[in-house]
Design a protein around this ligand. Structure first.
Ligand code: IMP
Ligand code: MG
Length: 187
């Protein structure tokens, strides 16, 4: 039912979502982002540090559109519980990340309050990379509460919760090809 790929509306558990960004719009934007990143990092062999789980699909598409030498590593960060930021960051896989003297591009799905990146970037700095930049597919500008410097942003979106293209609601919806926005009913 909800996995029908071309639906305008999907229901996940108790919530309804409507189509917000199509797969085609997302791919067009990623090509633009990848071209810009590739031109600025040519010859630097950047390390793309993909933030699991949400950014796994974005990361996969971004690197396939980057026509320069680069490497990829993964880190798992979790601060969200269902629809809300918990303001507690769980980090795993830090021991497997080797960023020393590398130009690191953190690949994120979405910046919401900014808590995750505001907390994570200083920890990464302690590992002595040559530089750190953030590339986020989505950014909820009105929700920002923590100072974060995002160098590459795909779409600036309103504060409504979104799912699809890697982003989940309570673990589900990551496999949707488009991005959907929560429908909020007035009671
Ligand atoms: P922040 O720490 O408040 O900036 O939230 C960042 C993380 O929360 C992201 O990496 C996502 O995993 C998750 N998140 C924030 N907003 C949404 C959303 O609308 N849908 C799905 N996940 C979200
Ligand atoms: Mg995330």
């Amino acid at each position: 039912m909800y996995y029908s790929p071309n639906k305008d509306m999907v229901t996940i558990k108790d919530l309804d979502f409507s189509l917000y960004l199509s797969a085609r719009e997302i791919q067009n934007k990623i090509r633009i982002m990848a071209t810009k990143i590739a031109s600025e990092y040519e010859g630097k062999n950047p390390l793309l540090l993909v933030v699991l789980n949400g950014a796994f699909i974005f990361g996969a598409d971004l690197i396939r559109n980057m026509d320069i030498a680069c490497t990829v590593q993964f880190i798992r960060l979790k601060s969200y519980d269902q629809l809300k930021s918990t303001e507690q960051l769980q980090i795993s896989g830090m021991d497997k990340v080797d960023v020393k003297d590398r130009h690191v591009i953190i690949v994120e799905d979405i910046i919401d309050s900014g808590f995750t990146m505001h907390t994570f970037v200083p920890l990464l700095e302690e590992m002595n990379p040559s530089s750190i930049a953030i590339a986020s597919l989505l950014m909820k500008d009105d929700e920002i509460k923590y100072n974060v410097n995002v160098k590459y942003t795909g779409f600036h979106i309103p504060e409504k919760f979104v799912v699809g293209y890697g982003l989940d609601y309570d673990g589900q919806g990551r496999n949707l090809p488009h991005i959907y926005q929560l429908v909020e009913f007035i009671e």
